[in-house]
Design a protein around this ligand. Structure first.
Ligand SMILES: Nc1nc2c(ncn2[C@@H]2O[C@H](COP(=O)(O)OP(=O)(O)OP(=O)(O)O)[C@@H](O)[C@H]2O)c(=O)[nH]1
Ligand SMILES: [Mg+2]
Length: 324
């Protein structure tokens, strides 16, 4: 039986980082396939993941827990046929709830060994009121407090207490019996998504969950409605300082920027990863497409228009959604 993990968590918390930094080295003896569903229609995570993992399937445009369930199942079948993996990791978009994906995998005869919710220890306060974020916590059985390098011990302790309370409140339950679906859950801490192999050693028995899962319905969630994305292309190669300057001008309501840009005097393209005010950069090999920045947040339309006024280099297509 193929085993799988679902990785959930709000936008920018470190899901892809965990997949690139932890998964391969812990399972070097296994054939791993990754499925990634990104918020927005241009997948940059898949490009990053392909640097590390050989088999990456990208499902873009929409949320796999709602309108893309069929595409998701078709994608899983495709990757199994082509690659015959022993393990599948599914990175869900920050807008998805994990439970429907969990059920889809089980319906396909794939064992789900864990639903991992990655939490941003530094920025949890900023997004914790979002209902999807709460359901992501409630629908998981492995909680990873990531970005621990950005908080103090005390802050981390306080966060852990808060998370336990929220987990109890939002713990996914069987609607008939009112009993929690996951009997147990564990909390681990991580920096740069680096966790030990034990994290992936299941904490519950699948059969028990399957029994419970029959009566669970998909809860409505609001993230997709309130959060949108806008892509801006760069008219030409720019200086690294200009990238920095653009990021400094990103308003608070845009809390996620991902992009790939060609920078003058640097041979390879640079992958830009910005979340909640912090940015990281990575070289990306063999990227030949246009330079672009994807802005994700609230009011993006208005805010990105402001940015294009300020930075002439940014060009926002008026009508079409362009796929990479
Ligand atoms: N300081 C610090 N930064 C981190 C850590 N983990 C991830 N990051 C940074 O956080 C940003 C977002 O990380 P990703 O792994 O892309 O987050 P994600 O959850 O996959 O994001 P989406 O797929 O867009 O929802 C990147 O800039 C990472 O470098 C960490 O432990 N500490
Ligand atoms: Mg990601």
């Amino acid at each position: 039986m193929i085993s799988s993990f679902v990785i959930t968590g709000f936008l920018g918390v470190g899901k892809t980082t965990m997949l690139t930094n932890s998964v391969k080295e812990n399972f070097s003896d296994k054939k791993i396939a990754i499925i990634v569903n990104e918020f927005g229609d241009i997948g940059v995570d898949s490009k990053i993941l392909k640097n590390v993992h050989s088999e990456v399937l990208e499902i873009s445009e929409g949320c796999i827990c709602c309108q893309l369930a069929q595409e998701f199942e078709a994608g899983v079948r495709e990757i199994i046929e082509k690659y015959d993996p022993e393990m599948i990791f599914v990175e869900t978009s920050g807008a998805s709830e994990p439970f429907p994906i969990f059920l889809s995998l089980q319906n396909m005869g794939i064992s789900v060994d864990g639903v991992i919710c990655v939490v941003d220890s530094k920025n949890f306060d900023t997004y914790k009121e979002n209902s999807t974020a709460k359901y992501q916590l409630g629908g998981s059985n492995i909680i990873i407090l990531n970005k621990t390098d950005l908080v103090t011990e005390e802050e981390l302790k306080a966060l852990e207490i808060e998370l336990i309370e929220l987990k109890e409140e939002y713990n996914i339950k069987n609607t008939m019996t009112d009993k929690p679906i996951f009997k147990n859950y564990v909390i681990h801490k991580a920096k740069q998504g680096i966790v030990a192999k034990e994290v992936f050693e299941g904490v519950y028995k699948v059969e028990e969950v399957a029994e419970f899962a029959k009566n669970v319905t998909h809860l409505g969630h609001t993230l997709k409605d309130s959060i949108t994305q806008k892509v801006a292309y760069l008219k030409e190669d720019i200086n690294f300082n200009d990238v920095d300057e653009i990021l400094k001008n990103v308003p608070e309501s845009i809390y996620r920027v991902k992009g790939i840009v060609k920078v003058k005097d640097v041979p390879n393209a640079i992958f830009i990863n910005y979340s909640f005010g912090d940015a990281s950069f990575e070289e990306l090999f063999d990227y030949e497409d246009k330079s672009l920045l994807i802005f994700i947040g609230e009011n993006v339309e208005k805010e990105v228009t402001e940015l294009t006024k300020k930075f002439d280099i940014l060009n926002v297509p008026k009508f079409s959604i362009t796929k990479s």
